[in-house]
Design a protein around this ligand. Structure first.
Ligand code: TYD
Length: 139
């Protein structure tokens, strides 16, 4: 249940790396490296220096967040505990279960935040006010 999910249900996943003198390949596959079926991919880029993203939670969406280029920090909050993760390599990602508030900050210049998501976009799945999130977690 998303209401009961905690920041300790979220974790870093290390992806395979196929090394080559001419560069590396990292494959990510539904239900193999990624613990859900991917329905949507989106990416944040051209983030201005000092800008923060996120600032919301999802009720049902599962996500896998990858620093495809550069680096940024993600702070997770379940209403009780907080955890901050630094993502800075394309061969790792942060799995986010539903029901977790997230703030994304400290984007390096040129960073690309690649997000693999379990559902299509719908605004109904968002909780955008922190007070609403706290109320939701107390249900
Ligand atoms: P939002 O998820 O709030 O961005 P972030 O968490 O990166 O700050 O989305 C910003 C806007 O983009 C919002 O108006 C919804 C829209 N949007 C879509 O239309 N489709 C999508 O797949 C996503 C992720 C956002």
């Amino acid at each position: 249940m998303a209401i009961e999910n905690s920041v300790f249900d979220c974790q870093i996943i290390h992806f395979p790396v196929i090394h080559n003198r001419a560069g590396n390949i990292t494959p990510v596959q539904n239900n193999i490296e990624i613990p859900f079926d991917i329905k949507r991919v989106y990416y944040l880029y051209d983030v201005p220096g000092g800008a923060d993203r996120g600032g919301h939670a999802h009720k049902d969406l599962e996500q896998l967040i990858i620093a495809a280029s550069g680096s940024f920090d993600i702070t997770l909050d379940d209403g009780t505990s907080k955890r901050t993760f630094s993502l800075n390599r394309p061969n790792m990602g942060l799995y986010l279960c539903p029901g977790i508030w997230r703030d994304i900050s400290n984007f390096s210049s040129g960073a690309i935040c690649l997000v693999l998501a379990s559902e299509y976009y719908t605004e109904q799945d968002y909780i955008r006010e922190y007070e609403d999130f706290k109320t939701y977690k107390l249900k």
